[in-house]
Structure formats: structure tokens, C-alpha cells
Write a protein that binds this ligand. Structure first.
Ligand SMILES: [Zn+2]
Length: 312
């Protein structure tokens, strides 16, 4: 179908017939997102004006993703590439270079107030080929006010590359932004049910810094900011001491990381595994975090239920 449209567009351009404009607007914008959460934002803004692909899919880990040959072709064919930035997608630069794409690559964290990485404190400045993340925590989407900035950046990017669709993108984004605003309120209300001194939880990797900062919790994690960093035995031992001392209410596994480390910590400290949190990827469509909104609601309510199960 797309091929047919392209042919029509070319024919129209050559003849400069009035048909050209109509056919051109029928061609969908070819959008590539680096991972599933950004793809969900793009889908809400772009609606049926875009063809959308995500490089890293449901339950996929963008920290350690190995691009496939098909990804090179996907990027080469893109009209626009949407990425997180803050050095989240370690695989991206090579992929962009290999594809030779001329498409704009838009970093959606532009305008976000980035949180400083605390990783140095945990890993004492180890550096090597597997430690290529930056000075800032890249997981900015974990605070809803930041997600609203991502969406604003997507609107600006789509409008600049497809001006005829701008009104549609702005209308779509306005509706979605209302949903995000309500989501933000709902998360605050959910977390408010947890007494402040009980808001300490354990996850595998440090993906929830923005959530913690925005909604007033403390997350402790043995693995650091990126899933490609192995937790040091000494870090795990000190975390276990801290959990026992502070009586941490619950530990959580993540959809993108191996659950065994967290399960071991739970067993050694007598704390319970409170469920699965979605950090860096959505679930599959039939899972509890098929969209960003569902993911954020699921995470907040899973934490709340684990710590204060009696509160409805
Ligand atoms: Zn992460």
C-alpha cells in the first residue's frame, strides 16, 4: 500500500498535478522510537498519521540491546527517530552511523531537569567498555511531569517535519496531556496512603530515581543505573545490612532484569517480594503495563499494596 502511494506521489510530483498534494498527505510519517515507552508516547501524538516502529520492544532492555541488521534498515527508512537521550541508548550511535540515515534524531529529554547519577558512589568510578552511561540518570520518564515534556517535544518534532499534520498532533497531545495530568494526581494520591517512614523499597537497578524524587520515596538498588553493571558483593552485603537495620518493607523484581538477585536479598533479609515493577519497558499488550499510563498506575499501586496492604 505504502509503495503504491509513493509511486502516486512521485507521479504527481513529476506532473505537478493537484493530485500530488492529496497523495502526499496520505503518506504516513515513518516514525522509529528507540524503545517501547517512547513508542507509546508517539502513538498517542501521531495517531493514524504515523507508521510506528520500536527498536527495543516489550520487556526489552535498552541498556544492553544488540541491534539487528533489520534495525539498520528500519532506521535508514525512517522520516524521524525519537530517542530518550541522556546516554540511555548505548547502542544508538553505531546504529545511526551504520544506517546512514538523514532523518532527524530527536532527544525527548530536552528541557527535562536531569537528576545527577549517583552511580559513582556505588561503583567507585569503575570504568571500562561496559560502563558507557553518563553523569545523569537517564530514566526521566519515571516522573509524569517529565513524560509531559517528552510529549511536548514529540509534538514539536512532528510539526516541524509534517506541518500539515500539526493541528492533529496538537489536538491529540492536548487530550493525552490531560490524561497524564490526571495520572500524576492519581500517583500522588496512591503514594500518600503510605506513611512517609515506610516509603523505602528495593529494586534491582536504579531506574526509579525520578519516581522517588517526584513522589517522595526512597529506592535502594544493588545494580546501579544501568543493567549492564554487575552488583558488587560488597554493595549487596551493605544493602542487606541496611535493609535489616531500616526494616525495608518490600523488595521488587523488574520486568527487564533477572529476578534472582532481588529474590536472594529478600530471602536473606526476611523481606517479601512485593511484585514486579516495570522500569525501562512496557509489558506485552495482554500484561499489566501495556501502556505508559498503565505502567505508572501499576507501579504505584504495586508498591502501595506491598507496603500497606490494609489500606484500600
Ligand atoms: Zn534502566
Amino acid at each position: 500500500m505504502l509503495k503504491t502511494l509513493r509511486t502516486v506521489v512521485l507521479a504527481g510530483l513529476v506532473s505537478l498535478s493537484p493530485l500530488a498534494a492529496g497523495a502526499a498527505s496520505a503518506k504516513k510519517l515513518n516514525v522509529v522510537a528507540s524503545f517501547s515507552i517512547i513508542a507509546d508516547f508517539a502513538r498517542h501524538v501521531g495517531g493514524d498519521r504515523i507508521d510506528l516502529r520500536s527498536l527495543v520492544g516489550a520487556n526489552g532492555d535498552a541498556h544492553v540491546y544488540e541491534p539487528k541488521p533489520a534495525d539498520v534498515r528500519t532506521i535508514a527508512a525512517a522520516d524521524i527517530v525519537l530517542v530518550n537521550g541522556l546516554q540511555f541508548e548505548g547502542f544508538l550511535r553505531r546504529l545511526i552511523e551504520a544506517s546512514g540515515t538523514k532523518a532527524p534524531v530527536v532527544e525527548l529529554t530536552k528541557g527535562v531537569q536531569p537528576l545527577k547519577s549517583t552511580e559513582q558512589a556505588h561503583h567507585h568510578g569503575q570504568s571500562g567498555p561496559h560502563h558507557h552511561h553518563g553523569d545523569h540518570d537517564p530514566h526521566a520518564w519515571q516522573a509524569v511531569p517529565n513524560a509531559r515534556i517528552y510529549v511536548k517535544n514529540i509534538v514539536d518534532a512532528f510539526c516541524s517535519i509534517d506541518p500539515p499534520g500539526c493541528t492533529t498532533y496538537e489536538t491529540n497531545a492536548k487530550a493525552y496531556d490531560s490524561t497524564l495530568s490526571a495520572l500524576d494526581d492519581e500517583i500522588r494520591a496512591t503514594i500518600a496512603l503510605i506513611p512517609p517512614h515506610k516509603r523505602v523499597v528495593i529494586t534491582a537497578h536504579e531506574a526509579f530515581g525520578y519516581f522517588a524524587h517526584e513522589y517522595g520515596l526512597t529506592f535502594l538498588a544493588p545494580e546501579g543505573l544501568s543493567t549492564d553493571a554487575e552488583a558488587a558483593a560488597s554493595d549487596i552485603a551493605s544493602l542487606i545490612r541496611q535493609i535489616k537495620r531500616d526494616k525495608v518493607a518490600a523488595v521488587f523484581v523488574e520486568n527487564i532484569t533477572d529476578p534472582r538477585l532481588v529474590q536472594r536479598i529478600a530471602a536473606e533479609t526476611g523481606s517479601k517480594v512485593g511484585g514486579e515493577l516495570y522500569s525501562d519497558a512496557l509489558s506485552r499488550p495482554d500484561g499489566p503495563a501495556a501502556t505508559y499510563v498503565d505502567m505508572m498506575k501499576h507501579n504505584a499501586s504495586t508498591i502501595r499494596k506491598a507496603i500497606v496492604p490494609d489500606v484500600p
